[in-house]
Design a protein around this ligand. Structure first.
Ligand code: SME
Length: 160
């Protein structure tokens, strides 16, 4: 695995473009899921500078907190609850420009203003995990984040 990451300055697209190959290198040759997810979350936080980035695992009828970077967070989320529980139930990517306008948003951190949530699927098409990324700025996520974070989801789907 790579020992460190370096992200070039510039716009978000440049940062993601330089980060994604490094994320691939980070997980290369390592099979432990928690170790790999931990490093992927650290690379995303370090490389792009989100407020909070982490995963929740599907366990029974709940999401349970997994590796993350950022302020402490709620540990369990029911299906259909909050942005994460809704993305899980509806099996789709959600971009929320203003969390205060999302009915039932779970405010783990009072600093969170916008977020993007992406489901991770197994080969059978079931959601096994949720990637949750939060920003302290309103309207901070767009199609660029969606496209590059989908690439990250692709990497995660290879290693779980
Ligand atoms: N914002 C999430 C809760 C998780 S924390 O933000 C880490 C939600 O409403 O699903």
């Amino acid at each position: 695995m790579a020992e460190s990451i370096t992200v070039v300055g510039g716009n978000k697209k440049d940062k993601y473009s330089s980060l994604i190959p490094q994320i691939k290198a980070l997980v290369e040759g390592e099979t432990d899921v928690i170790a790999n997810l931990s490093n992927i979350m650290a690379a995303l936080k370090q490389g792009i500078g989100f407020l909070w980035v982490g995963v929740y695992f599907v366990k029974g009828n709940e999401l349970v907190l997994g590796p993350f970077q950022g302020p402490v967070a709620c540990t369990r989320i029911k299906s259909g609850k909050g942005v994460c529980g809704t993305a899980w139930k509806e099996k789709k990517i959600l971009i929320v420009p203003d969390v205060d306008q999302f009915p039932g948003h779970i405010a783990c951190s009072g600093d969170s203003r916008s977020e993007i949530v992406l489901p991770v699927f197994n080969k059978g098409g079931e959601v096994v995990m949720i990637l949750d990324v939060d920003s302290d700025k309103l309207n901070d996520f767009d199609e660029t984040d969606k496209a590059f974070l989908q690439e990250v989801i692709g990497i995660i789907e290879q290693i779980v």
